[in-house]
Design a protein around this ligand. Sequence first.
Ligand SMILES: Cc1cc2nc3c(=O)[nH]c(=O)nc-3n(C[C@H](O)[C@H](O)[C@H](O)COP(=O)(O)OP(=O)(O)OC[C@H]3O[C@@H](n4cnc5c(N)ncnc54)[C@H](O)[C@@H]3O)c2cc1C
Length: 348
Amino acid sequence: MDLDLKVVEAENNSGAKRDCVIEEMSARLGVRAERGRKFATLTSLRVGGAIDWVVSPESEEAAASVIHALNEAGIAWRVLGAGSNVLADDHEHRYVVVNMREVKGAAAFEGERVSVSAGFSLPRLCVEAARRGLAGIEGLGGIPGTGGGALWMNAGAYGQEIGTVVETVRVAREGKVVEVPGGEVQWNYRHTSFREGELLLGATLRLSADEPEKIKERMEEAKRKRMTTQPHGSRSAGCFFKNPPGTDLSTGKMIDELGLKGARRGGAVVSPVHANFIVTEGAGATAADALALAEEIRERIRRERGIELEYEVELWSSGRARAEDFKTPPDETCDPKIEAQEKGDAAV
Ligand SMILES: Cc1cc2nc3c(=O)[nH]c(=O)nc-3n(C[C@H](O)[C@H](O)[C@H](O)COP(=O)(O)OP(=O)(O)OC[C@H]3O[C@@H](n4cnc5c(N)ncnc54)[C@H](O)[C@@H]3O)c2cc1C
């Protein structure tokens, strides 16, 4: 038998064993486990390849048990909320995706505190808090996704960040739900001290009382700003890159100044509305298109501004992406002529 065949056989064997463990775990814990899902249906960019297994617990306790069982069996997993900050490559992802969207329950309000599970929608939470006259998260109302995703990367907008109002976070440890004080977590710009492999189950937030009308006004103002400065109704993952830390530079402005708005690579386009948004278009769009366009942008900013852009979007690799997926053909779509043609500017 040649070496390649042996490798494939070994992979299939370990795959079959893993399937049994997942099926047994799903039956024992009463948790849905599905095959045949794709990142293209689970992420807001609507691209990305097949997923080996998607497991969807419906309670914090079940989610903690799921990852404990997977850890015990040595099965690799990743956790997904609403998929609004993830770009997964187009290949087959041979790990379990723990889908937290069903771990939502209801938001439990008590005085100025609210306890929510990780799968609860962040925009919905902001609306419910505002209705009750609770301030502190009204600026976050337009951030799509779950509470868990927001906590993981300290989501923020219009001067507010979720980390500043967290009293405690519930995390999964050894199959149990454990409460961690918010003060023990480092809440940085779109980054926290939570470790890879840590599952966030929910949180208690401490908000502050204010007049519902005033909170509503601030929410409306944030919404108006978002509607005028960002593409809406498009397939995106929000800002693709972070602003350069320690500076007051805006990445969107820098990309715009390079004339890259509207630049296209296959089905991926630099949004003409906000240059730090890459949007995907059409049924044929791929993650490779979005990655290639993103790498073109990074290369231009590196060359012309001497700045190394950091991704804000998370890139999930199947471990099978080919080098070509990341390569930039020389000046292909960043050529101003091609760009102009794409915009339909016949004068150039
Ligand atoms: C149109 C648009 C506008 C946006 N505007 C903003 C903005 O203004 N500010 C901003 O901060 N973001 C913004 N984003 C990005 C995104 O909405 C946020 O990052 C959001 O908090 C992600 O939540 P999610 O549930 O979709 O997480 P996902 O995209 O599913 O996951 C993101 C990361 O969080 C991890 N994660 C998710 N849930 C858990 C959990 N329960 N436990 C452990 N890890 C978890 C995932 O593993 C992944 O690493 C925008 C996105 C879009 C599409």
